[in-house]
Design a protein around this ligand. Structure first.
Ligand code: HEC
Ligand code: HEC
Ligand code: HEC
Length: 445
């Protein structure tokens, strides 16, 4: 009995200590007056940093005021609504001091002392320098205040208990500013700082464990995000033509490259924001990404991939729809017929589109990106406005999508067949966004 009582007492002590530790962050007092206006230069620096950090991408509701919050971020644990980060004192961050703002970015704790959820990528923003946090603060507090109260989150128990994030942080969160690697160039370190910190590239391109934390040993292995596949950015990159500094910068700033195609889906808003980067910073991010990838025999692999992709293109300007002969395989032949009828006119030799055979969306481990693009079409990045593609979700049945993807994987790629096309086609067709792109009729245009 005495042992049990002693054990209980110990538990109470440990539990109490844990709770005291978990709730140790005090509220930071509300500002009584707006902060002093910052210099125009600092505000401008902050604007570019906010773009690199995609703050507006998450803190803007569809059709809503920029930075006023209200976007529903879906997680496996329920829905989290982004908050209003305009300087409205009641509903935004108007009452936040620089210290409160810095604590949110560096530690994931709100002004009132409550834990924030890592749907807000503070596990990356913790790497941002104090000077850059100050510039971000200067920019956000220079915006016009918008009165808009954030919607309450809809998280399942126990995930709706913010105090649990103390444990999550203990397990998965490492606070600390970016530490330069002295064995690397200044440009590489600048790129790593931007990508690992504000750019939070790993938030989408690194897989997560069951508790939503990034898997440290699978850095940039590629991951599923919003039903899309964010391809590997390391030596597993599915892009057939090896990336170069120039092609990465084209992709970041224009959202398109001849050998890599378009930035679609959740990557579109990212490149729309990256377009604000100076060319110097864009090359720095490129240098960092390249250092993760296979740098062997760039020239040989480039020639091989381009030759293959060009050889698999349909026709020529004179014989546009000419493709391979049917093989007798019903799925392949049906897909070939659909491609010839509805796709070949825009995706063949002599057109402006990137040859399909080189692209990650055809050569990656997952058919989701191909299916998304076909079902919902493409609303292109701002700097490549002419590269639109109509949506075929209304014109093609689920079975037709399966045949089309089967044919495309076989004809345009040398990678093993996808095994989950039917499952992904059903899911993507069911969640079709009827307003994302212009609907196609299903006939060649
Ligand atoms: C991937 C989406 C995403 C991005 C990108 C993002 N945020 Fe957030 N942010 C959120 C979500 C979701 C919340 C609410 C989290 C919660 O309820 O715990 C949040 C909360 C915050 C808060 C706390 C506000 C409060 O009232 O407690 C601040 C401050 C903030 N974000 C600033 C920023 C800044 C600055 C950037 C850009 C550098 C940024 N966010 C980028 C999703 C994002
Ligand atoms: C919100 C999620 C998200 C974030 C943040 C994000 N990406 Fe992406 N990225 C994607 C998705 C999804 C794709 C696939 C797009 C497609 O198929 O067109 C992609 C594609 C890419 C590609 C093309 C890959 C290929 O082989 O074709 C590159 C390169 C890339 N991202 C780099 C980055 C870098 C660098 C960052 C950080 C500065 C970043 N991404 C941040 C989601 C994201
Ligand atoms: C009206 C012209 C048009 C038609 C028809 C069309 N596309 Fe596209 N498609 C485009 C454009 C433009 C892009 C953007 C990429 C580019 O320009 O290189 C694109 C991009 C794509 C991509 C993404 C490539 C990447 O960069 O990741 C795929 C996959 C694709 N199309 C498949 C299809 C399929 C399959 C069909 C038939 C069902 C089709 N397209 C019909 C114009 C078209």
């Amino acid at each position: 009995m005495r042992i049990i009582l002693a054990g209980l007492a110990l538990l109470v002590v440990i539990g109490g200590a844990a709770l005291a530790w978990a709730t140790r962050h005090p509220e930071i007092a509300a500002l009584q007056a707006p902060p002093a206006a910052a210099s125009a230069e600092l505000i401008e620096t902050g604007e570019v940093l906010a773009a690199v950090g995609d703050c507006a991408v998450c803190h803007t509701a569809p059709g809503g005021q920029p930075y006023a919050g209200g976007l529903a971020v879906e997680t496996p644990f329920g829905t989290i609504h982004s908050t209003n980060i305009t300087p409205d004192p009641a509903t935004g961050i108007g009452a936040w001091s620089l210290d409160a703002f810095r604590r949110a970015l560096h530690q994931g704790v709100s002004r009132n002392g409550q834990y924030l959820y890592p749907a807000f990528p503070y596990d990356h923003y913790t790497k941002v320098s104090d000077a850059d946090v100050e510039a971000l603060y200067a920019f956000l507090t220079s915006l016009d205040p918008v009165e808009s109260a954030p919607k309450p989150n809809e998280l399942r128990f126990p995930f709706n208990q913010r105090v649990l994030m103390a444990g999550w942080n203990l397990l998965f969160f490492k606070e600390g500013r970016y530490q330069p690697d002295p064995s690397r160039s200044e440009e590489w370190n600048r790129g790593a700082y931007l990508a690992e910190g504000l750019g939070h590239c790993g938030a989408c391109h690194t897989p997560r464990n069951a508790l939503g934390a990034l898997e440290g040993d699978r850095h940039y292995d590629g991951a599923t995000v919003e039903g899309w596949h964010a391809p590997a950015l390391n030596e597993q990159s599915p892009s057939q033509v090896p990336w170069t500094a120039d092609s990465l910068v084209n992709y970041f700033l224009d959202g398109w490259d001849q050998d890599h195609g378009i930035a679609a889906g959740p990557m579109t808003p990212v490149v729309n924001e990256m377009a604000l980067l100076s060319e110097e910073d864009a090359y720095a991010v490129a240098e960092y990404v390249l250092s993760l990838q296979n740098q062997e025999d760039i020239e040989g692999r480039t020639t091989a991939a381009q030759t293959f992709a060009e050889a698999r293109q349909f026709g020529s300007p004179e014989t546009p729809a000419t493709g391979p002969a049917p093989t007798g395989d019903p799925a392949y032949d049906a897909g070939l017929a659909i491609f010839s009828r509805v796709c070949a006119n825009c995706h063949r030799a002599g057109t402006e589109t990137a040859p399909l055979g080189a692209l990650a969306s055809i050569n990656g481990p997952d058919p989701s990106n191909l299916l998304h693009v076909v079902v919902d079409g493409i609303v292109p990045p701002a700097n490549s406005p002419t590269r639109t593609m109509p949506a075929f979700g209304g014109a093609l049945s689920e079975a037709e999508l399966v045949n089309l993807a089967t044919f495309m994987r076989t004809h345009f790629s040398q990678q093993p067949a996808w095994t989950n096309i039917a499952e992904r086609a059903r899911e993507i067709q069911n969640r079709r966004d009827p307003v994302a792109g212009t609907e196609a009729t299903g006939e060649a245009n």
